[in-house]
Write a protein that binds this ligand. Structure first.
Ligand code: FAD
Ligand code: SF4
Ligand code: SF4
Length: 391
């Protein structure tokens, strides 16, 4: 049977264009609907017991984590939510017992994946029970900031926006009465656009997942209609082979020019990340400890920053007053709590940005921990995004 560009099977490292044969998924999907189809096929065929994905809540600003056990419900999770700044790894470890008692398939951005690998190293997640469908990620926009940006820069009522997408470097909105796109560079110059940790992120194609899916590299008549799939593990190869054989997905070999283009775009995004690192860390270097002291002085000790941090995984104990970060019987003096926290995560911070995103006092926590981690990376292994885990 000629399924994969004339070949009978599929191997780790191969790249294909893939699209769903399910019309409901096709209608709602971001590109070819391959991601939702992989999840649905895995659940229907009992390769996994449940799927952890993200679905739209009230509006485009709500990205809600959802555990699905009925394959029919998966169509509701199709589509990309670029204002979805959530992180799935801690939810998996805390609420879903780290997948130790069941097999779970999930969609992961680079930061979700890095968090999972760190928690797996700490035995808080069972990696072997996971089927990880990675999505390339150019970045996410904080929901509240996105509303402000749409109101002030786009001059559109944010509640009237029913769709958003990021295409060719533009953040594009569709609203009652029209469509408008503005370049991310322009938005970021104005202080909007992607979260600052996303600008510095250098994990664009999640190759430590089982499959890495995206839209970069889909050219020609399949542009916008197919998903670019890179096979990253034997588990991923097996899933792709079975889904195609069952007729759930259609594929063709990726266009060589598309592969080249995808590499170029990835390279350009990495360079842009490097530029942001130089800018953000350069400004900090002059007075790192003084800046940390001043910024953290307004901390109200709510501990949101540790609660969802994928590498501060002793948060529950911390809140009971057992951790070295927060000593029983004292309100930790500034900046001691923060210095202890930075020391604790200095070799493993994955720059997911959750600490900064959730801080009610707008302290630039991810900037500090990322700067410290990157500095450490100049001397120690493994580097950020290059976890020792291999597929
Ligand atoms: P679908 O079948 O539509 O499935 C999409 C899956 O993504 C669903 O499982 C859904 O639950 C999940 N999802 C949606 N929003 C989020 C979120 N915020 N966090 C975690 N999971 C989510 N591809 C590129 O090539 N370049 C990019 O720069 C790029 N940036 C992206 C940024 C974000 C925030 C996201 C979520 C995706 C991005 N992608 C990017 C991937 C691309 O948008 C598609 O997800 C991918 O091509 C798969 O398409 P599909 O039709 O097969 O997915
Ligand atoms: Fe995407 Fe990286 Fe931002 Fe995570 S930190 S949302 S992977 S750009
Ligand atoms: Fe302090 Fe912000 Fe952390 Fe809360 S989230 S403990 S205010 S730094």
């Amino acid at each position: 049977m000629a399924l994969f560009g004339g070949k009978p099977s599929v191997q780790k490292g191969e790249m294909v264009y893939a699209w769903t044969t399910d019309s409901e998924i096709a209608k709602r999907a971001e590109c070819g609907g391959a991601v939702t189809t992989f999840l649905k096929y895995a659940l229907e065929n009992k390769i996994v017991d449940a799927v952890l994905a993200v679905k739209r809540g009230q509006d485009i600003y709500d990205a809600v984590p959802t555990l699905v056990t009925d394959p029919k419900e998966l169509k509701n999770t199709a589509g990309s939510l670029h204002c979805g700044t959530l992180l799935l790894s801690k939810i998996l470890a805390k609420q879903l017992k780290g997948a130790k008692d069941r097999k779970i398939a999930m969609t992961v951005k680079g930061c979700d994946l890095m968090g999972i690998l760190e928690l797996a190293k700490r035995d808080a997640i069972k990696r072997d029970n996971l089927l990880l469908i990675g999505v390339n990620c150019g970045g996410t926009v904080s929901p509240i900031k996105a509303m402000k940006m749409i109101e002030e820069v786009y001059q559109v009522d944010p509640m009237k926006v029913h769709k958003e997408e990021i295409d060719k470097g533009q953040f594009i909105i569709e609203f009652e009465g029209g469509q408008k796109g503005i370049s991310m560079d322009e938005l970021e110059e104005k202080g909007f656009g992607r979260r600052t940790n996303c600008r510095r992120c250098e994990y664009k194609v999640p190759r430590q997942a089982d499959l890495a899916c995206g839209n970069w590299g889909v050219i020609g008549e399949k542009a916008g209609k197919a998903t670019f799939v890179e096979v990253c593990s034997d588990k991923g190869a097996d899933l792709l082979r079975r889904a195609v054989k069952a007729g759930a997905l259609a594929t063709e070999a990726a266009n060589p020019k598309g592969i080249e283009l995808r590499q170029k775009v990835e390279g350009a995004m990495l360079k842009l990340g490097e530029k942001w690192r130089r800018k953000d860390f350069g400004a900090l270097k002059a007075d790192l400890w003084g800046t940390i002291g001043r910024e953290t002085a307004r901390c109200i000790k709510c501990y949101s920053c540790i609660e969802n941090c994928p590498v501060c995984f002793m948060a529950a104990d911390t809140l009971k007053g057992k951790s070295f970060m927060v000593q029983p019987g004292e309100v930790p003096p500034n900046p001691m709590f923060h210095l202890r926290r930075f020391a604790h995560i200095s070799d493993t911070c994955v720059n997911c940005g959750q600490c900064e995103e959730l801080c009610p006092m707008d302290i630039p926590l991810a900037l500090f921990s990322h700067a410290i981690r990157v500095e450490g990376d100049t001397a120690f292994e493994p580097k950020l995004g290059k976890s020792a885990y291999t597929n």
